[in-house]
Design a protein around this ligand. Structure first.
Ligand code: ADP
Ligand code: MG
Length: 609
């Protein structure tokens, strides 16, 4: 019998490997930047023409390669990064498979030029479709320059899958951005058709993020820095008000490697759940570091996916790290700090102006003394400059909060943001207006009370169960078939959140008790609402997973809705409880609770500036 099975020649196996590693120009660039970073480069330049279809060129100032190594680097499974089986369990470099260079070289016209700092000249290797055409010495600066021309010229099927130059350029931009955010200590330049797409200097992460994503994004980023169970989470996350409609600004890294991981993504969205609208995504640049043995990066040739040894531990560490930041809503106080600085500056300017005015009038009086007309006023001014009549002060440029709105207890350091606000009053009996330094703070009273109620309910739920109140006159309720099914199925669970519902034959139930917090509302409407919600969520999902939605429902029923006049005492009470509430910046459905209009914005409206 003739031999059927044959070992494939390397030129073919490389092409097959290229099918996995080299999908498009952006994937070539990812592999080559990884190599540059592994070679300790701190300056990397990427150049493409026609979206990388015509040319891709990457130059680095890393340690370069000797002639022997350069030739070896093009062999399949040739790597300097691991040696033994056990090295696979502790990978600290970005590459390790020894596949990228031979794969790329097998599907393009490829040129590798490289020089070690210690050698006098570099080595240049020309490869075409995987065949080495020439090896020669060349003059160059230390480092490595790789040029990839006419990618997929010998694999027409692949070539067909490439998109327009614009689309491919977009992918390249995304890739370079991801890599650039992962290493703020490395300078990156990306040039497309002679035009600069990105140029970032070495610096810190915040600066890098703001260079890559725009200054606006960076303004609202908050530091994450937590360490638990051997897992550290560091980086920045945006306030729930600074969001995007896609996940494109979510940069997550595991041990320095960019990943798009389901577990990681889920943990982040869990943390933002309830403070961000559905279909909105935060801006994050997050670095999860864990012992290399805890994570397997050898899941897919592109290494975009990872597998965690202790998945739930990583998930919870990440979620907790983010919740820690979100819970305290740092963006509120940051606003306040900025505003306070503004106010301080204003008061300072105001005081200086008053002092100058007082001094001027003092000088004037001195000169005027013989006439003795205005001594009294002047005396007053000089001893108590703040009482100067406004006509003596240029009020157009100076705005000091007038006394009634002066934050009463602003001096109490421990006071929370909302309690420190000076209450102006209510608008339309739906919104609370307050002042904080140079800012007008508008609070949606329904959203605010809903969040407060929701957090209380959650707290009760986590400790001894939601407080229940028995109805003096139990009510009967006629249900739909689906509602009856969920009422029966979840009777015990509903009891834990304060509902006592007893079957009364057929599709009728008796409402014996409701959550205390919602005792003042119409019990039948509330129960119907809860059961309808449960029925839509379906009975297959565990009650625990529906809990948040149900608590949000109860919270919504238990608080004032629509127009609801409040006096200042009630407002102060609400503000105080807001300070005691986690995630207070948005209501349980993710809508914002407060909005700030700055003095500058007002001045623009009134064309004062
Ligand atoms: P891997 O990165 O998985 O080791 P590659 O095929 O990407 O495999 O690269 C093969 C080897 O070539 C690397 O292990 C490294 O030693 C060397 N190499 C590749 N690119 C560079 C570079 N830019 N500078 C220095 N050495 C490089
Ligand atoms: Mg590599």
């Amino acid at each position: 019998m003739p031999q059927r099975i044959r070992i494939l020649p390397e030129i073919i196996t490389n092409k097959i490997a290229a099918g996995e590693v080299v999908e498009r120009p952006a994937s070539v660039i990812k592999e080559l930047i990884e190599n540059s970073l592994d070679a300790d480069a701190d300056d990397i330049t990427v150049e493409i023409t026609a979206g990388g279809r015509r040319l891709i060129k990457i130059a680095d100032n890393g340690h370069g390669m000797s002639r022997e190594d350069a030739l070896l680097s093009l062999e399949r499974h040739a790597t300097s990064k691991i040696r033994t089986d056990s090295d696979l369990d502790g990978i600290l470099t970005l590459g390790f498979r020894g596949e990228a260079l031979p794969s790329i070289a097998s599907v393009s016209r490829f040129r590798l030029a490289t020089r070690e700092a210690a050698s006098l000249e570099g080595t240049e290797i020309i490869v075409e479709g995987g065949r080495v055409k020439d090896v020669r010495a060349c003059g160059m600066a230390p480092g490595t320059v790789i040029t990839v021309e006419q990618i997929f010229f010998n694999t027409p099927a692949r070539l067909k899958f490439l998109r327009s130059a614009e689309t491919e350029t977009g992918h390249v931009g995304d890739t370079v951005t991801r890599m650039a955010i992962s290493r703020p200590d490395v300078a990156f330049t990306c040039i497309s058709d002679g035009r600069e797409l990105l140029r970032v200097q070495r610096g810190d992460l915040l600066r890098r993020v703001s260079q890559a994503l725009g200054k606006d994004a960076a303004l609202d980023l908050h530091t994450v820095d937590s360490s638990n169970n051997g897992i550290t989470v560091t980086g920045f996350i945006s306030a729930p008000t600074t969001v995007r409609s896609t996940t494109s600004a979510m940069f997550t890294y595991i041990n320095g490697r960019f990943v798009r991981d389901r577990v990681v993504q889920h943990a982040i969205m869990q943390a933002y759940r309830g403070v961000i609208d559905r279909g909105r995504y935060p801006i994050v640049a997050l670095f999860v570091a864990l012992p290399p043995g805890e994570v397997d990066v050898n899941v897919h040739p592109t290494k975009h996916e990872v597998r965690f040894r202790r998945q739930p531990v990583v998930h919870d560490a990440l979620q907790n790290a983010l919740e820690e930041v979100l819970r305290s809503s740092p963006w509120l106080t940051r606003h306040q700090e900025q505003s306070a600085q503004g106010a301080q500056a204003t008061s300072q300017a105001y005081r200086e102006r008053i002092a100058a005015a007082a001094q001027a009038s003092l000088n004037l009086t001195r000169r005027e003394t013989p006439f003795h007309t205005s001594t009294n006023t002047c005396d007053k001014r000089s001893t108590n400059p703040v009482a100067a009549s406004p006509s003596n002060v240029d009020t157009t440029t100076v705005s000091e909060p007038s006394t009634p709105f002066q934050p009463e207890a602003a001096t109490r350091e421990s006071q929370g943001y909302f309690s420190s606000l000076a209450i102006i009053g209510q608008f339309h009996a739906e919104y609370i207006l307050c002042q904080s330094g140079n800012e007008l703070v508008i609070i949606d009273q329904h959203a605010a009370s809903e969040r407060v109620a929701y957090q209380r309910l959650r707290q009760q739920c986590e400790s001894s169960g939601v407080e229940s109140q028995r109805l003096l006159f139990p009510e009967t309720l006629e249900l739909s078939f689906a509602e009856t099914v969920v009422a029966q199925r979840f009777q015990a669970d509903l009891a834990k959140i304060g509902f006592e519902l007893e079957p009364f034959g057929g599709n009728t139930i008796i409402i014996a008790a409701v959550p205390r917090m919602a005792a003042d509302t119409n019990g039948t409407i509330l129960v119907r609402d809860i059961l309808a919600e449960l029925a839509t969520l379906g009975i297959s999902v565990a009650f625990r997973e529906k809990l948040d939605a149900l608590l949000a429902r109860i919270a919504c029923h238990s608080v004032m809705r629509g127009v609801h006049p409040l006096d200042n005492r009630q407002i102060a009470e609400l503000l105080r409880s807001m300070d005691e509430t986690s995630f207070v910046a948005s209501c349980p459905h993710g809508r914002p609770v407060s909005h700030v209009i700055t003095l500058t914005e007002l001045e623009k409206i009134f064309k004062r500036t």
